[in-house]
Design a protein around this ligand. Sequence first.
Ligand code: AMP
Ligand code: MG
Length: 385
Amino acid sequence: MVTPLAALNRVLTEDVHAPLDMPLWDNSAMDGFAVRSADCEPGAALEISGYIPAGGRPEPVVTKGCAVKIMTGGPVPPGCDAVVPFEETVEGEGTVTLQEPVKAGQHIRVRGEDVAAGDLVLSAGSVVRPFEISMLISSCRSQVAVCRRPRVAILSTGDELVEAGETLGPGQIVNSNGASLAAAVLACGAEPLMLGIARDNPESLREKLSAGLHADVLITSAGVSMGDRDFVRETLEELGVEQVFWKIDIKPGRPIAFGTRNGLAVFALPGNPVSSMITFEELVRPALLRMMGHRRVIRPYVAARLTHAVKKKSGRVQFLRVAVSRQADELIASSSGDQNTGILKTMLRANGIAVLPAEADALAAGSLVNVHLLDERALMEEEER
Ligand code: AMP
Ligand code: MG
């Protein structure tokens, strides 16, 4: 159980019923005068017999020929069946003159009109947005049951790696995958657990991987292809992780491996920063979202027209980093730059990943492609310009 605010972006595991009517009493939808509509021919002058602010107590019964000044949210006093906004009145010394015809019921929010006591207001499986939080709080909930956030252990592997902030020696590079994967885990609502760096030898890998076996998910980067120091898969196997697959026909990210051990899911991602980010996005993120109870786990596809030809090998799905923008009434997609997985800055220029089908071997300029939009805001800002 968590507080409604802590439930943001998480999935409810319980149905929520309203404990009370909403609103709980008839109240005014406008600042104005509560009146008895039967007394209100246009031009009628009514005596002002009371004042009800928001939070005010209900007044005694309003009698014929009287009106009560009332603010938005104030409880409508017994006897009254309409509210006349200030804009449609002229106020004098202790009286108010009505200028417009008055209909019974106007500008009154009726008890229970939003939700009646006992109504199902939120159902298990819903994703909590600020709107759902509003409904939870309005339903007097201080705690609500949501799906657990999986703990995701993240291990970078490689003899060449140093942590950010350390001085780089010859041949060394900073471990950027650790932080980028942790950020991606956080962004989808799960909880990263940093295991640091393992070296490219079975002893170091065994020690660091063991620390991740009690998490819900273990993600490793690098050491999973054909190199003679790629020991990740065999060490995982030694630790009891059963390999489900290794290598899939995608580019980038072909050497990815996946395995399980007593409910632990292990993703061994390739080391290239671009490959690890794209395989996370396309394969790990949907899995994490599903574990967190989300029903929609794949980003929606948009159709976009390629501005240029793309060459590819048939037999592999290719993930093309693209910049998507709007042109006239359609979306267009251009490569965000050199698609070599060593080129990190093409991730920065990309707001989408075009998923090119395995069977295609070349796509002509003007072809329609399916794109996972990574950042809808980028597209919106463009429209605003
Ligand atoms: P590997 O999969 O071990 O062959 O690594 C592929 C490439 O990714 C190599 O150039 C590595 O130096 C690089 N790499 C591996 N791990 C990381 C990491 N944690 N951060 C940044 N680059 C990495
Ligand atoms: Mg390596």
